[in-house]
Design a protein around this ligand. Structure first.
Ligand code: R5P
Length: 325
């Protein structure tokens, strides 16, 4: 029987259990605080040889279990840890298991764009479903179509309402929303529409995992305040180059608004050296080091509300009417 079929016939009780992996304890605590629901007593540690040691110390039989674990760096550790927590819950007869992954690692490897490379995002999905996940709750996946890699339901949240609130508080006059690459046009257009702003596109070409080159700016940024939006800052190459190029084309104030602050490799140095006045990010990933001018807005209330809706079988999309525009 497939996981999808199993999902249909499973029953879970009124009992919600929040189980935190070690990927992002601060976010897990915030979700727990917002929900007024303690994190389940569990030990998620390491054996002396580095293998992962897990023991859940509360009864989960029949419970509606939400495992809080973004697949952020160190992604491989966090991924295996999530799988082992899910396995533990399944063997303890949990009623339903939802993987709450505010950041979906490996999402940028979602197709075979050259010969002899894996589709890693699909492998992540396969391992989760075969291990026992009944649902997935995630946020701003790099490519929304990754939902189709799963045979179980995926609820895809957007950081947009949270970032829009923070952007509106900045009272940016006459803004232009800029995407650092053509793949981000849909996202940038939806921000532009919500803010009543114009749209411009930076034409980026990726030459390696950490290097990109900018070819053109399509649209008017001269003398304008610019908001550059993206799903993630990884090495910071894309967005810092976009900030440099719009400044070169005459942009005044420059604000970056990004869902996932991966901040790896030279990201902090690149952002510190780029002409952005402010960098807005969410807390889907713990900030181990951050450039100056960073402001973090929390998605914990959004995740807490979504978990509550899932438990009560209420609509998730109703939380995001504006985000779908
Ligand atoms: C690209 O398609 C993504 O939306 C991001 O622009 C990119 O992955 C960010 O990576 P980096 O910060 O390393 O340029």
């Amino acid at each position: 029987m497939s996981r999808a079929q199993t999902h249909k016939i499973r029953n879970y009780s009124e009992q919600i259990r929040l189980i935190a992996g070690t990927a992002h304890s601060e976010l897990a605590s915030s979700i727990s605080d917002v929900m007024g629901l303690p994190l389940a007593d569990a030990h998620v540690g390491r054996f002396p040889d580095g293998e992962i040691d897990i023991k859940i110390n509360v009864d989960v039989r029949g419970s509606d279990c939400f495992v809080l674990q973004p697949l952020c760096p160190p992604v491989n550790e966090n991924w295996i840890e999530l799988l082992l927590v899910v396995d533990c819950l399944r063997r303890a007869s949990a009623g339903r298991i939802t993987a709450v992954m505010p950041y979906y690692g490996y999402a940028r490897k979602d197709r075979k764009d050259e010969g002899r490379v894996p589709i890693s995002a699909k492998v992540v999905a396969n391992t989760l479903t075969t291990t026992g996940v009944d649902r997935v709750l995630t946020l701003d996946m790099h490519a929304a179509q990754i939902q189709g890699f799963f045979e179980v339901p995926v609820d895809h949240l957007y950081a947009k309402p949270v970032l829009l609130d923070a952007l509106r508080e900045l009272n940016i006059e006459n803004p232009v929303v800029v995407t650092p690459d053509v793949g981000g046009v849909k996202m940038a257009r939806s921000y532009a529409k919500a803010l009543g702003a114009d749209l411009a596109i930076v034409d980026k070409r990726r030459i390696s995992g950490s290097e990109t080159v900018i070819e053109h700016v399509i649209g008017e940024v001269e003398g304008r305040n610019v908001i550059i939006v993206d799903d993630m800052i990884s090495t910071g190459g894309s967005i810092s180059q976009a900030a440099h190029i719009v400044r070169k084309h005459g942009a005044k104030q420059i604000v970056l608004a990004v869902s996932h602050a991966v901040f790896c490799g030279p990201a902090v140095e690149r952002l510190d050296a780029c002409p952005a006045d402010k960098v807005l990010v969410t807390d889907t990933i713990p900030l181990r080091s951050a450039p100056s001018r960073v402001e973090v807005v929390s998605v914990a209330p959004l995740l807490a509300q979504s978990i509550r809706h899932l438990h009560e079988s209420k609509s998730i999309s109703s939380l995001f009417e504006e985000a779908h525009n």
